[in-house]
Each structure stands twice: as structure tokens, then as C-alpha cells.
Design a protein around this ligand. Structure first.
Ligand SMILES: N[C@@H](CCC(=O)N[C@@H](CS)C(=O)NCC(=O)O)C(=O)O
Length: 217
């Protein structure tokens, strides 16, 4: 399978890249410079008409949306254990539910915190405060779910990495993550995961090729 991941260091493509690293598959990476709005150029829109990262080219066909790509990778590379499986059909859907929660609820709330100016032509303070409220409303659930454990129990899954990325970026935007010690502890554990470490290294290499500075790893 020929795979190319379109990514930007620090963006949500970090989760996809970590998943690819966990599978051990060989893939190419292509940095899309979100800082210069490359994702909105006609050239990139020919790759991904939605103008976002991540996008994964699979034998020349494009797949978008983190949640979908992560489920795809889990199905293609079950040995990586990206998501738990169950013979019970309701339990089996739980990981998809969680991925959609990450992408459709947590991500937009986090983005209101991190980039409130993108949502208003006026004062971004109200947008940010609203994002803070929405994110805090979810954090109790996250904290309960990762308190001294991985999200699904004994073993880490890609949902742990997704939650880590969301909370980490929210914190960079000023969210008081230290109010949730269980999440802080979980973040420290996720940071040690070898596939994430390899993804961060690969992000660094990509950024160095373009001489991008100021990216937080
Ligand atoms: N629903 C998409 C959201 C992807 C997304 O918002 N990606 C951001 C980076 S984290 C992006 O490409 N932003 C550039 C832009 O919005 O112009 C997913 O979950 O994959």
C-alpha cells in the first residue's frame, strides 16, 4: 500500500502520524505549510478539497477526517492495536463514538480557545470564553476516564493520543489544564509513548526541511 500523509507539525495530523508510526508501515510525509495558508491553495485543494490536514493518500486516493483515517488504519493494521475491539456490537462502536467526540466536540471547542480570532471579526474574547466553558465541560469526563489508567483501561490507544493533543493545544491557548491533575498525569504518560516520540521526530525533520521555527513539540 502506497501511503502519503499530508501534515503540519503540531496540528491534529500529529495524531494520524502517531497512528502510522504505531503500525510500523512505510509512508511518505508531505508538510503542508498551514502558516502560509498552503492548505487553501488550489494546489493543495486538488489533494484535499476541504483544505485541511490531515489527509492520507492511499494508492493515489485521498482520505480525510482524522476519525475516519484512524479507523481505516486500525482496520488495515489490527496488530497495532490502535483501538480496542469487542464481539459485542455496541461496545465495538465505542471507539468510533470517542473519535467523533474528539473531532466534532473537543476540537472545535479547543480551536475557539487557541484561535478565537478565526471565529469573529470583532473582539475574540467572548469566543475564547465560550470555548473555555465548552472545553471545561468536557474535561471532567476526560479526567475521570484517564485517572490512573488509559482511556480504555490497561493499554494505550490512539484515543489517548487524540485526547492528549486536544488538551495540550487547549493549554497552549491558556486553558487551565493544571486544574485537572489526572489529565496532566495522563499527558506525561502519553508523551513517553514511542510512536508519539517518532512522530514528533518526523515533524521536527519536516519543519527543519522548511526552516520553520517556533513550533512546540
Ligand atoms: N474535521 C477535521 C478537522 C481538521 C482540521 O481542522 N485541521 C486543521 C489543523 S488541526 C487545519 O487543517 N487547519 C487549517 C485551516 O483550517 O485552514 C478532522 O478532524 O480531520
Amino acid at each position: 500500500m502506497d501511503l502519503t500523509l499530508y501534515f503540519f507539525p503540531g496540528a491534529c495530523s500529529r495524531v494520524t502520524m502517531t497512528a502510522l508510526e504505531a503500525t510500523g508501515v512505510t509512508y511518505r510525509d508531505q508538510l503542508v505549510n498551514v502558516r502560509t495558508d498552503e492548505q487553501k491553495t488550489p494546489g493543495y485543494r486538488r489533494v484535499n478539497p476541504k483544505g485541511k490536514v490531515p489527509a492520507l493518500a492511499i494508492d493515489g486516493r485521498i482520505m480525510t477526517e482524522n476519525a475516519a483515517i484512524l479507523v481505516f488504519l486500525d482496520r488495515q493494521f489490527p496488530q497495532a492495536g490502535l483501538l480496542p475491539r469487542s464481539t459485542d456490537p455496541v461496545t465495538d462502536i465505542a471507539p468510533l463514538t470517542d473519535l467523533l467526540w474528539c473531532s466534532s466536540t473537543l476540537h472545535p471547542a479547543m480551536r475557539q480557545i487557541r484561535a478565537p480570532d478565526k471565529y469573529t471579526a470583532g473582539d475574540p474574547a467572548d469566543v475564547m470564553a465560550d470555548g473555555m466553558r465548552k472545553f471545561a465541560a468536557e474535561c471532567t469526563l476526560i479526567a475521570d476516564g484517564v485517572d490512573g489508567r488509559w482511556w480504555y483501561g490497561d493499554r494505550w490507544s490512539i484515543v489517548d493520543v487524540y485526547l492528549f493533543w486536544l488538551c495540550n493545544v487547549a493549554e497552549k491557548g491558556g486553558f487551565p489544564l493544571s486544574d485537572y491533575p489526572a489529565i496532566v498525569d495522563h499527558a506525561a504518560r502519553v508523551r513517553q509513548l514511542a510512536p508519539l516520540q517518532r512522530a514528533l521526530e518526523r515533524e521536527r525533520a519536516g519543519a527543519e526541511r522548511l526552516a520553520l521555527t517556533g513550533i512546540q513539540y
